[in-house]
Design a protein around this ligand. Structure first.
Ligand code: FE2
Ligand code: FE2
Length: 254
């Protein structure tokens, strides 16, 4: 598609969205980052006309099309109400638990792709680490950050090979970006290297459809190792509260 065709297609999508948002009292405008690629964000796009705007305001609260979050949301509430189906996280954590790994490592496995499931895919290790950093032991957030890089590099000592899935996903000639390579080189000699490496070892792509794991199976481990703020995630004043708030109300205008 050319940029012009792309923008024509996205204008149609906009019309649909506009119709959908008409069912709300307020107008919804999506963040640029939700749309970049589908549209060229640098191109001027039509704004709602004065007619369309008459008597309506922009959405400045939780999106009523989403399920309402509790007043003081916990990590488990985010799994229930805001994350996509997270069997991958649950089964990875279950495997880590079955392998007898320390609880902190199990938690790291449970949260390793939290950004993919609830926030932003690109550079998910970094975003995920930042989300949880104020609430977990530094070892856990460090491991979540670097697992993204470690996934690309084998470690024979623990039987970890370059994932066959990655050959399918990215093609046989794909090579990680230089910053990923630097991250890997630095992580290799780090005292917590094995914690991050264990995330990659337990990072499973083949789900067992017969195994049902519930987030509540991890209530105790979360309770012991994830320092849930009393006010609720997003309601406290940590360095990542704004990120949790964005997940609570992803279409809030400002
Ligand atoms: Fe990952
Ligand atoms: Fe993963």
């Amino acid at each position: 598609m050319t940029p012009t065709q792309m923008n024509a297609a996205s204008l149609k999508a906009d019309e649909l969205e506009e119709r959908m948002s008409r069912e709300l009292d307020e107008m919804v405008v999506k963040s640029i980052i939700y749309q970049s690629g589908d549209i060229d964000p640098a191109i001027e796009r039509p704004r709602p006309s004065a007619e369309e705007r008459a008597g309506r305001h922009f959405l400045m609260r939780e999106d009523p099309r989403l399920r309402q979050m509790p007043e003081k949301p916990t990590l488990i509430d985010f799994f229930r109400y805001r994350f996509g189906p997270s069997a991958h996280l649950l089964q990875s954590a279950r495997l880590a638990l079955q392998s007898g790994l320390p609880e902190k490592t199990v938690l790291a496995c449970l949260l390793h792709d939290i950004s993919v499931f609830g926030f932003i895919r690109s550079d998910h290790g970094y975003w995920g680490a930042q989300l949880i950093e104020p609430y977990v032991d530094e070892e856990v957030s460090w491991a979540v950050r670097v697992h993204q890089a470690l996934r690309f590099y084998p470690d024979e000592s623990v039987g970890y090979e370059y994932p066959a899935a990655y050959v399918n996903f990215f093609g046989p000639d794909y090579r990680p970006d230089p910053y990923i390579d630097r991250e890997y080189q630095a992580a290799r000699n780090h005292r917590w290297y094995m914690t991050a490496r264990m995330i990659t070892v337990n990072d499973i792509y083949s789900f067992d459809p017969n195994v049902r794991v519930d987030i509540e199976d991890f209530t105790d481990i979360i309770g012991r190792h994830f320092h849930q703020p009393e006010e609720g995630l997003g309601k406290d004043n940590s360095a990542s509260s704004h990120m949790w708030r964005t997940m609570i109300a992803p279409t809030k205008f400002l």
